[in-house]
Design a protein around this ligand. Structure first.
Ligand SMILES: [Zn+2]
Length: 504
């Protein structure tokens, strides 16, 4: 096959995989069969095709061609690994979809358990559910251990590189240097974060030497703000927010908004860019609450980004780019709920309540940035086989952790202040340092938002900011990287200090 044919076939493969996933997640199809789709396209992930793109990579002189070939190479490598692991992944997803736990005589589906825990006010009951999850988690971890071992081996064979080195090469980003920046931030914010956490947990009567992950989860669910974010106002608020920037969802025929109730529809909102920019799905199951509003705005940010990507951009740059760019735009919309002007316009709160809500969100954001910074440090050490124990300033000691699972529990407990258990050491890990993409997006988002505020004031209610964003969005996920996009907002580069300043 030549490059052109490979790309044409990838488009077909992506579309089939996307439709299968979409039908399942929208609650229109119970069983998924990704294995069958992989098998139909096996001619695509051959060693011959991988070698061909690798050779093109060596020849390419232009930075743009180089970028496209790198994305294509990563796509083929990832799909070949996916193809090798397809039986195992289907087995794991089917187990996960069917697994249930029993608590107090009541059956809870595994996939619903995290939501049930978050909504359970009784601390002992929360602990019971978490304990019951140990068994299915152990089974799923076994699948993940087997998959990861195979993935390391295949990655080395196909690229000649170890995991961290490979991801740094594909993303053209120095993850290890980034880790150092995050270490500094974690050490710097430690004391202040602990003090805030102590206040919050004391108000919940949780003993400070026994803060469980589920205690923090329950706090972050924030039932006390539910009344201000009713289910019935969710979609009207989304429409009104977007129209302030000049976007009319009903007129954007390339975005399908699916808010219908179906019993097996996934509970969390998501955006699926099936064919950029022609066929984008914004899928949600409204249930109200502040988090629901934030999630919908987040997914709407993704949707508008993909829907306004230039059609004539090469397929690789539209569909294969870095998540750090796309997540910047979704965070930009999500954090509208932290903007007092937006709150005044769309959510009616007293001044006192508003301050309470803003303080709550500031703490939440600090928690998330610390948690993800911790994940990046952990994943760097995990994939790099560095099991040296970290001290309270996240510097390595001479002694080592008993296991990688113990390392996970220690680092996440240190960064979040809640007790993390070893059970999740593989289940709480995303592919290819998505954790770092999130942190990078948090950083750049503050800079984009500051620019919009400076130029357009209440930017979410100004059509000029919509026009400006369209210009940023036009180059998709990979047409321009964060550093190149920074030029559009007159910033010399992405600077983490803006985020650190905001959350500290
Ligand atoms: Zn997102």
């Amino acid at each position: 096959m030549d490059r052109q044919h490979i790309l044409e076939d990838i488009e077909k493969f992506d579309e089939e995989m996307g439709r299968e996933h979409l039908a399942h997640a929208r609650g229109m199809k119970d069983e998924v069969n990704f294995s069958a789709i992989y098998s139909r396209h096996e001619h695509l992930f051959t060693l011959e095709n991988i070698r061909l793109v690798r050779a093109l990579l060596k020849d390419a002189k232009l930075p743009d061609t180089q970028r496209r070939n790198l994305l294509l190479f990563d796509y083929l490598v990832g799909s070949r690994i996916g193809n090798e692991l397809k039986a195992l992944s289907d087995k794991a997803s089917n187990y996960e979809a069917k697994a249930t736990i029993k608590v107090g005589g009541k059956k809870i589906p595994y996939r619903q358990a995290s939501i049930v825990v978050m909504n359970e006010p009784n601390r002992k009951q929360r602990q019971k559910i978490v304990d019951a999850l140990k068994v299915p988690k152990r089974v799923l971890t076994k699948f993940s251990e087997e998959a990861l071992e195979k993935e390391y081996k295949l990655l080395k064979e196909l690229s000649g590189k170890d995991y961290v080195e490979y991801v740094e090469w594909i993303k053209q980003f120095d993850l290890r240097k980034f880790g150092k920046v995050l270490e500094g931030f974690l050490a710097q914010s430690n004391k202040m974060y602990r003090a805030k956490l102590a206040t919050v947990m004391t108000s919940m009567k949780v003993p400070l030497n026994d803060i469980q992950k589920h205690d923090l989860g329950f706090y972050l669910r924030a039932h006390k703000f539910d009344a201000y974010f009713p289910k019935k106002r969710l979609i009207p608020t989304l429409h009104a927010t977007l129209s302030g920037m000049g976007f009319s969802l009903p007129k954007q025929k390339n975005i399908t908004l699916d808010a219908d109730e179906r019993p097996t529809k996934v509970p969390r909102a998501f955006c699926m860019p099936l064919l950029i920019p022609h066929e984008i799905y914004l899928v949600l199951k409204p249930h109200g609450g502040q988090e629901d509003y934030q999630t919908i705005l987040h997914e709407a940010g993704h949707s508008e980004h993909f829907a306004n990507t230039k059609d004539d951009l090469p397929y690789e740059l539209k569909h294969m780019g870095s998540h750090s760019v796309s997540e910047t735009y979704s965070f930009l919309f999500e954090y509208l709920t932290m903007d007092p002007l937006w709150l005044k316009k769309f959510i009616r709160m007293s001044a006192k309540k508003e301050q309470e809500f803003l303080d709550f969100q500031k703490f939440t954001k600090l928690f998330f940035v610390r948690r993800y910074a911790g994940k990046v440090l952990y994943e760097l050490k995990f994939h790099g086989n560095d099991v040296r124990r970290l001290d309270d300033d996240f510097q390595p000691l001479r002694e080592t952790y008993a296991s990688k699972a113990a390392m996970y529990a220690d680092i996440l407990t240190k960064t979040t202040g809640a007790i993390y258990k070893e059970d999740d050491y593989l289940l709480d890990m995303d592919n290819a340092f998505y954790s770092a993409d999130y942190v990078r997006a948090w950083m750049f988002e503050v800079q984009v938002r500051n620019y919009l505020k400076e130029h357009y004031g209440a930017w979410f209610a100004n059509k000029k900011s919509g026009a400006f964003l369209k210009k940023m969005w036009s180059t998709g996920s990979a047409g321009r990287n964060q550093e190149e996009l920074a030029k559009l907002i007159n910033a010399p580069s992405v600077d983490p200090q803006y985020l650190f300043h905001e959350v500290l």
